[in-house]
Design a protein around this ligand. Structure first.
Ligand code: NOJ
Ligand code: CA
Length: 687
């Protein structure tokens, strides 16, 4: 075997023995990856601070009509390199991102027939690793059907794991906190739930899945740059403490159909010894391609929004017109536009504006019910857009597809042209129900390509997309900055549904360290009437107003809803925080936190020296001392503090809030006593 070894590669190379082992380190040398061929089988190991975190794990694929690949391989060539640069986030948790890593590219080739080859690329960053497979153009791979990808992750202990089941259709679950060996995804299957939109074929988990080892190392497994491929769940082997990629397929048992050359998404492992570092990690976006759309700021900027939405979830109004309680009227929309324009809120979402909602879940009708262009008679679309523009407020379009994706694809041309003609620059899409065409699942390759199509149409017609019932975020917002936000978790709406069950308080300090590692979340915070009375009885949201305010900082999204009815905001002094809080950040610091217990995040507004801090706790009351040492030195700030009072109690007195103001500097500290399910929010404005 002949190697071409550039000098710098030799220096980087810790070992390259006869058994074909390659070792690369992160720039700070704390993470090390060893990639090997063991008897012709590719495998890798991952070390953190010299301790093995991922033990020998094999790699390979099963194909249709050709042999599996994964043994009988030899190293054709390899390259090692290092890269470091900084890129600008057009909008985001921070304005600049450092992208620094060591890279190993191994070209592997089968020594026997059929002699296929592929590249394995490993990138090792200070905050984790990513690796992907690339199949070059070669004969026999003009059409490839992947029946399975067999990427293993061999754990080194029975870690504490925060997981949701590997459902192929929906991520809207509460997280489970168990030992790895106790993962039992199949027990989470509720037939018929979410209009049949549930399918859990294996004991597998969806990603990001986050773990903590006995030694206190945090690991989170996910993927980056998921394009033209199937979403990856991780099948769990509870006896061997290992996971194997289980791609989402379709009813024809096909996982992905491709044509070489192609790359798989990156398989990622974030590694940290502080839980908050997982949130600060930029591994996922770094493993995506640079911006392909250029500067979109002339038509999309981050914004807060209100909407005709919670009304329907409380069943005070309806999406449909026939009920006589139709929400989306011209008059009500104008009322919201007026409220938004007076309160530093940039957008108004209107759901139920278009015909079809009377029968949108009917099995025999949903396939063709929506056309996405015809408003109900009491909704003058052109007029509300015009009125909004006059008041400086954008209308946010809504496309609920009822998961009739073939229908949506037929109608997209007209629907996106309509938005462009009216100057509507964002749309909330939705995919409730099982996918039409039958045979596809929300997280499979066919849908991954559909979601991509909405981004492409959006780019063409200057529309940014906020997807509900989406494919998970994998960092594509870097490449396509019109991919603004998505649901893809159990959001606030569940708290309104008596039969769904209000989420337990630990949900929020878990999603911050799991779902949020993937990307922006349209959680829809800001419920100021947690009792939900008089619309919903005996089913309060398990929260306090101070905690709802904290979510505007804790949860990152470039679009943040103030979800409650505007009558619950009018005259409430706590609303000042929502007026003031920005949606675009210069930098983010996760000040403290423990998964499932609490989290405190500080973010500096982009373009100013002002800071905003949010902290929240699970069901346990918690005292927290906030050191303000992140503030600019030598400046005086006006701190406006919103916190739970000694009387605040999510069950009996959730609206009690203490609001005060004081001058502070970076030398000061602030103390908080959070109620159970409570929190705090602070704005720190330079004097
Ligand atoms: C589910 C979405 O999550 C929710 O926000 C929306 O209101 C309904 N679907 C109707 O489209
Ligand atoms: Ca949903």
């Amino acid at each position: 075997m002949r190697y071409l070894i550039p000098l710098f590669a030799l220096l980087l190379l810790a070992s390259c023995s006869k058994e074909d082992a390659f070792q690369i380190q992160s720039p700070d040398k704390k993470i090390e990856v060893k990639v090997m061929l063991l008897d012709g089988r590719p495998a890798y190991q991952v070390f953190y601070k010299q301790q093995v975190q991922i033990d020998t794990s094999y790699l390979g694929f099963d194909f249709q009509n050709q042999p599996s690949i994964g043994d009988g391989l030899q190293v054709e060539k390899f390259t090692m390199s290092a890269s470091s640069d900084i890129w600008e986030m057009q909008w985001g948790e921070q304005s600049r991102v450092k992208n620094e890593y060591s890279e190993l590219v191994l070209t592997l080739k089968e020594s026997g027939e059929p002699g296929r080859s592929f590249d394995l690329t490993f990138r090792v960053f200070d905050d984790g690793i990513g690796f992907r497979y690339s199949f070059p153009k070669q004969s026999g791979m003009e059409e490839v059907v992947i029946l399975d990808e067999n990427t293993e992750f061999q754990l080194t202990g029975d870690h504490r794991t925060w997981w949701i089941p590997g459902d192929w259709d929906i991520y809207e679950y509460l997280y489970n906190t168990t030992r790895f060996s106790e993962i039992d995804a199949l027990s989470k299957f509720i037939p018929g739930d979410h209009l049949g939109q549930v399918y859990i074929p294996e004991n597998a988990v969806n990603t990001p899945v986050t773990m903590k080892t006995a030694e206190g190392v945090y690991l989170s497994f996910h993927e980056a740059d998921l394009t033209n491929y199937a979403g990856m769940t991780l099948q769990v082997d509870t006896a061997n403490l290992s996971m194997t990629s289980e791609l989402v397929g379709n009813k024809a048992s096909i996982k992905a159909k491709l044509s070489a050359p192609f790359d798989t998404p990156w398989r990622t492992i974030q590694i940290a010894d502080r839980a908050g570092d997982l949130i600060e990690s930029k591994l996922i976006v770094n493993l995506n391609d640079p911006n392909e759309l250029g500067d979109i700021s002339s038509w999309f900027s981050p914004m807060k929004y209100i909407g005709i939405w919670w009304d329907m979830h409380l069943d005070r109004k309806t999406w449909d017109y026939a009920s006589g309680r139709h929400g989306a009227t011209t008059e009500y929309t104008k009322e919201l536009i007026d409220f938004a324009s007076k309160n530093n809120i940039g957008g108004v979402l209107v759901e139920g504006w278009n015909t079809g909602w009377e029968t949108w879940t009917e099995p025999d009708q949903r396939a063709t019910i929506f056309d996405f262009t015809t408003p109900y008679p009491d909704y003058d679309l052109e007029e509300v857009v015009r009125y909004g523009k006059e008041k400086g407020v954008e209308l946010i379009m809504h496309h609920e597809t009822s998961a009739a994706v073939s229908r949506y694809e037929e109608r997209m041309d007209e629907a996106y042209q309509l938005m462009e003609r009216l100057g509507i620059h964002s749309v909330k899409t939705g995919y409730v129900g099982t996918i039409i065409p039958d045979g596809e699942y929300h997280h499979g390759q066919w849908m991954v390509n559909h979601y991509q199509k909405t981004l492409d149409y959006g780019a063409k017609h200057k529309v940014a997309i906020n997807m509900h019932e989406p494919i998970k975020a994998t960092g594509l917002r870097r490449t396509y900055p019109n991919m603004i936000s998505r649901e893809g978790l159990r959001g606030q709406e569940y708290n309104a549904w008596a039969d769904g069950g209000a989420s337990p308080p630990e949900h929020l300090p878990i999603i911050a360290f799991t779902r949020m590692l993937a990307g922006p979340i349209d959680y829809t915070p800001g419920i100021f009437n947690p009792s939900l009375k008089p619309y919903v009885e005996d089913h309060p949201v398990k929260t306090t107003i101070a905690q709802q305010l904290s979510l505007y900082v804790v949860i990152y999204s470039p679009v943040q809803m103030a979800a409650d009815l505007i009558e619950n905001y009018r005259g409430n002094p706590a609303f000042q925080f929502i007026r003031d809080v920005p949606v675009n950040w210069e930098q983010t610091k996760v000040l403290d936190g423990e998964i499932g217990d609490f989290v405190v995040i500080g973010r500096q507004e982009r373009g100013t020296n002002d800071w905003f801090v949010g902290g929240l706790t699970d069901e346990n009351p918690r005292s927290y001392t906030l050191s303000l040492d992140f503030l600019a030195e030598g400046k005086t700030y006006i701190a406006k503090i919103y916190k739970d009072t000694p009387e605040t109690n999510w069950e009996t007195n959730p609206t009690a809030i203490d609001i005060s103001e004081q001058e502070v500097t970076s030398a000061d500290q602030l103390s908080f006593d959070m109620a159970g399910a409570g929190g705090f929010a602070v704005s720190l404005i330079v004097k």
